[in-house]
Write a protein that binds this ligand. Structure first.
Ligand code: PRP
Length: 212
């Protein structure tokens, strides 16, 4: 039996993913050691391997087959646009992709003004404004702390993830428009899905039973 390899996005989702996997008997003791600098973890008995990578790299590893299965946010799947199968919604990591800004920016959105949009998600922002709203905007790519942009005058609005809404609130911003709901998803390499169909569909089946 060959190894099935899982790529997990570092951070919030990884911990939840491991907890969920434990419930279906997939474990990786090695990975629980927080001080470990190891990059790849093996469960010899179950012939499984796990590695952590930056979220946006997960779809890349899966498309190229370096990982058979990936766990990643829907936002990353949409932004990266990789060739892979999105097989299930894991039901955690729920949040929303939104257009946010100060209340005063509502007018600019309503009147199709040429505005600047700061975001970590230029593909999603472009698709939303160009294809859905038919509004021409200038998209400015940032790498984090997106809420800063309208505060310091870099942009009129932002496209960003809203979970609890507290980052917006504490910075005098609000949700102006909702683009789509998000959550953690399981993605599978297209060839692995065929070659390892039985093992992978068993995992999907077991996860669905637990999530129900
Ligand atoms: C995300 C997102 C928002 C915040 C939303 O940022 O970009 O800033 O979380 O969460 P809330 O609605 O619960 O306040 P993250 O913490 O991932 O860091 P980043 O700013 O570096 O992207």
């Amino acid at each position: 039996m060959r190894y099935l390899t899982f790529a997990l996005g570092k951070g919030r989702l990884a911990q939840k993913t491991l907890e969920l996997f434990e419930q279906i008997g997939i474990t990786c003791e090695e990975m629980k050691d927080k001080d470990s600098r190891k990059l790849i973890f093996v469960n010899e008995e179950q012939k499984l391997k796990f590695f952590l990578s930056k979220g946006p790299d997960v779809p890349t590893y899966v498309e190229y087959g370096a990982a058979d299965i990936g766990i990643v946010g829907k936002d990353t799947i949409m932004e990266e646009g990789r060739k892979l199968f999105e097989v299930m919604d894991l039901g955690f990591g729920k949040c929303r992709m939104c257009v946010c800004g100060p209340k005063s920016a509502k007018e600019l959105l309503a009147h199709n003004q040429l505005i600047r949009v700061a975001t970590k998600y230029p593909v999603i922002a472009k698709d939303y404004f160009y294809n859905k709203k038919h509004q021409t905007v200038e998209i400015i790519k940032l790498n984090g702390s997106i809420e800063l942009a309208p505060i310091v005058g870099l942009s009129e609005v932002i496209v960003d993830i809203v979970e609890t809404g507290s980052t917006l609130k504490e910075n005098g911003l609000e949700v102006l428009e909702e683009i789509c709901p998000l959550s953690a998803r399981m993605v599978v390499n297209q060839v692995s899905m065929k070659m390892e169909y039985e093992r992978i569909s068993r995992i999907i089946h077991d996860l669905k039973e637990v999530i129900k």
